[in-house]
Design a protein around this ligand. Structure first.
Ligand code: SF4
Length: 459
């Protein structure tokens, strides 16, 4: 397999900080010049496309305690009063945004992320869904997804979530090894994971996902091989295999991780390659760089039909053309702009209490941003972009509109990571491991060297 061709030299050259491109421009380009008034204008633009479906993302940030590896916008609390106070504000924010969208009410995708959304009871989550259904009309086959921490769940809770209307469920597993679990401050017994996964299947969830993380402390090829065996035995429909970003200088909770316990870059890549091989051998289709899906899963079908998309929620099959973000730190993609809410829960609650839209920053996309975003998404999702596609959509060609990017691709072509033919750029099988680096050649901002926020490493 092509990933065996990765030499230590290649790894050293390309395993460097690059954006994950869940957005373009990337979130570190958002500015406070984008205000609630800018958001209202973006919502008005989005409202003009009344027939196009929306996506909704709702952030439920609470967790019982913070894991040592956590990189999420979360709040460590299980205080029922705090949880209820936040939920009430979230419903108010939905009302406030909906008031700006008198015509645009069709929804193709709802996603609840966190934090741990299932810190809320199924009844509270059902209330949230009912509130959304009062305002919006779900399109036939709309996906209603939730991230669930098995440690806070049970078979009966999973059944209640299905009854409430969730169709896709994603379980955090990360790693099943005892030593790794202790090193990351997240102890989760395999029996519990098995219980909830089996319940999800028994209750008819359309897709059951699990998340794994490679590059964690105490992880080795041998320990992760066992994790992979156990993960495959769960037979998930999809697996997200995330790279752990160890950045204790930015994430104070990661100080709890012992630096000497971290696998080195070569080991980390070997763990990733082992995992990729194991999933492919088990019949899973690789999606982008870090997702795998059973051939019958919608994500795999979207890949073969060329409709795969990439948003802040990662790889998605969603046909939503605008995504509304609700809750603390949530990011929306609306009317040609990105908009982010207050990142602190108290500030978020306060802005809602003041009657405001809790936007804290964002960015309006220029025509150049739109073009580059389209190309970066195509490369991240389908590993190819050509002139015919660009001409249809933007009336431009690669050489005519993005000569700077083609220039920057030269060394990557030399390394065998991409091919450039007249009117066509393609990521090679080897280059798929470094697709973020290939995409970065098209990033107009990265080249200006203005970034102050270090990104996670490519592998
Ligand atoms: S469960 Fe997830 S969001 Fe919560 S602290 Fe752990 S890693 Fe962070």
């Amino acid at each position: 397999m092509a990933d065996l061709d990765v030499t230590p030299e290649l790894l050293r050259r390309y395993d460097r900080p690059v954006p994950r491109y869940t957005s373009y421009p990337t979130a570190d380009r958002f500015t406070p010049a984008f205000t609630a008034a800018s958001y209202r204008a973006a919502l008005a633009r989005a409202d003009e496309r009344a027939d196009e479906p929306l996506g909704l993302y709702l952030h439920l940030p609470f967790c019982r305690a913070q894991c040592a590896y956590c990189g999420c916008a979360m709040v460590a609390s299980s205080d029922p009063e705090r949880l209820t106070d936040y939920l009430e504000r979230l419903l108010l924010e939905v009302d406030r945004v909906v008031a700006q969208l008198p015509r645009r009410r069709r929804v193709a995708e709802i996603q609840l992320g966190g934090g741990t959304p299932n810190m809320y009871s199924p009844a509270e989550l059902a209330r949230l869904l009912a509130h959304l259904r009062r305002h919006f009309t779900l399109t036939p086959g709309a996906e209603v997804a939730i991230e669930v921490d098995p440690r806070e769940a049970s078979a009966s809770i999973v059944g209640e979530l299905r009854a409430a209307g969730f169709t896709r469920i994603s379980f955090g597993v990360q790693d099943t090894d005892d030593d790794v679990q202790h090193a990351i401050g997240r102890v989760q017994h395999l029996d519990k994971t098995r219980e909830v996964v089996e319940a999800a299947r028994a209750h008819g969830f359309e897709s059951v996902n699990i998340d794994l993380i490679y590059g964690l402390p105490k992880q080795s090829r041998a320990t992760f091989e066992r994790t992979l065996e156990q993960a495959l035995a769960l037979a998930p429909d999809r697996v997200a295999l995330f790279s752990f970003a160890y950045i204790p200088e930015q994430r104070k909770n990661q100080i709890r991780i012992v630096r000497d316990d971290m696998p080195n870059a070569d080991d980390k890549l070997a763990i990733f390659c082992d995992a990729r091989r194991a999933f492919v051998a088990a019949g899973y289709v690789p999606i982008g760089m870090d997702h795998f899906a059973k051939p019958g899963d919608e994500l795999a079908r979207a890949l073969s039909e060329g409709t795969l998309n990439r948003t802040f929620q990662g790889y998605t099959v969603s046909h939503a053309t605008d995504i509304l973000g609700f809750g603390m730190s949530a990011i929306g993609e609306v009317g040609g702009a990105y908009a982010q809410n207050e990142k602190n829960v108290r500030a978020y609650n306060q802005r809602i209490d003041e009657g405001a839209l809790p936007i804290v920053r964002g960015v309006e996309l220029s025509a150049d941003d739109e073009l580059r975003r389209f190309v970066i998404r195509a490369l991240m999702c389908r590993f190819v972009i050509d002139d015919a596609t660009l001409e249809r959509r933007f009336g431009v060609t690669l050489a005519g509109a993005l000569p700077d990017a083609l220039e920057r691709l030269h060394p990557l072509v030399g390394e065998g990571l991409a091919t450039v033919a007249p009117g066509r750029v393609e990521v090679t099988p080897l280059g798929r491991l470094f697709v973020r680096n290939v995409a970065a050649a098209f990033d107009g901002y990265l080249q200006q060297g203005e970034g102050k926020v270090p990104y996670s490493r490519a592998v």
